[in-house]
Design a protein around this ligand. Sequence first.
Ligand SMILES: [Zn+2]
Ligand SMILES: [Zn+2]
Length: 550
Amino acid sequence: MLYLPAMSNKEIARKFNLLGKVMELHDENPFKIRSYTSAYASLRKVSSPLVEMTEEQLGEIKGVGKAIVGKIIELRDTGNMATLQRYVDITPAGILEMLQIRGFGPKKVKVMWNQLNITTPGELLLACQENRLVALKGFGMKTQKALQEQLEFYFASHGQSHYAYIIDEANELLGLLQDRFAQDLVEITGEIRRRMPVVSAIEILTTASEEEMEAFIMELTEDAPEVLSFKGFAVEITQVEEEYFGMEQFEKSASKEFLEAADIEYEPYEEEESIFLEWDMAYIDPEYRESAIAVDQAKSGTLPELITNDDMLGVVHNHSTYSDGLHTLREMSDYTRDNGFQYLVMSDHSKAAFYADGLKEDQVIAQWAEIDEINASYDDGFRVYKGIEADILNDGSMDYGDDFLSQFEVVVASVHSQLNMDMDKANRRLIKAIENPHTHILGHMTGRLLLSRAGYPVDHELIIDACAANGMIIELNANPQRLDMDWTWIPSALEKGVMISINPDAHVRESIHYMQYGVNVARKAGLTKNQCLNSKSASEFALWVDSLKG
Ligand SMILES: [Zn+2]
Ligand SMILES: [Zn+2]
């Protein structure tokens, strides 16, 4: 006989809860749904093990009828419930995942699925960031914001998190630990220190006692999680002798390739800097400790001067209320200017993007007039550019005619629909758009969402070659979920002379600060300010825009 670990009452109850939810999702009989939901409510309260009860005993439980008894027995004997499995089979895995998110019931999930075609939690988070929920019936700004926070937490508490959603908590914990263990060394290490786009834990390196630190962190947490954690984020502590602190920090803050190339013996170093000094290398920032090339550069004194947030002078690829942004053109430009930037390239959605209120030609013309007014109102040279995020259609053509498209100052070309493509199709589609003489920047190259959606497959080398041949700039979309094109391809683009534009794709004015996450990963790739489009000063950028007309 097949050995099955006995199911707990909670596990059994949860199956009925899920059954109720998926049936609601698929518009089943509300009466049946209610019976499963109430079975869930009563089964979880039963104190003796359900698996040890007889049919008669099960039948006596309040709210448990014959059909449910049968399903409990099926679960007990086979570990499965055929009815539930039937619904699970016809429901995308990501939809099932969304049903597990607290405060997000089947009704809302269904609206997302049917009306926005969202099938994963990551797509849902992007939809919140891009204001897609506000327009839906039954959803408002408040729901969207609450859901966005819920989702950020959801990712954080499910093993891996986007860097952007963990960094504040990591720094907060670091501060608390440095206060409490003031006599000891306490630093962040590992993936966060390397500014990886996706992080699995807050890693702490310390000379303090691991037990004491664990106890302290546990006191900070109210509930008792299975793993050591802070505000829902897993925490890992490594205790090290003071004289090895620098050595351990060095080993934990680099890729395998880098460490092999550096080939440094494990010896006592209290400070990381001493390692570089002693091994005749210039100091390398942890995020750039990725490749063997970095080691060579450090030894030969040719390290690139990595781009910084201060080098970002303009903000490219932004949305306003003309399409799916939350803020008006004026609010977007004032905010960008107030934050010290020199120019803003607006790029609302083009007309094919109906789901995002893409702009018809007459709306574009109205926007241009408003941009002229806004520009005239500034006396410090701050400038708003007339751009567009033009949809790359299924066959690679653009959704405005050539004459119209050529009148924009900057054209970001992006794929937003029919993402299910094989590599050949995707390559052909992108290359046709790249070869279009009126496109300038290739937006989010693969459409991927980190931890959520792989994106369509592309031959990166081929696409980069096409960009090089056509003077196309590649976007590093800085939305922390996208970070697309992946930073590991940036060196190849740079080698071929293709510039990178670090774009926030802001749908809310504050999201222009997403650029910092792009800068983080661009630094991993060795990007310098000369190779970045929006590190150009106002006058250099104006020259570049002029050059596009010729
Ligand atoms: Zn886009
Ligand atoms: Zn966009």
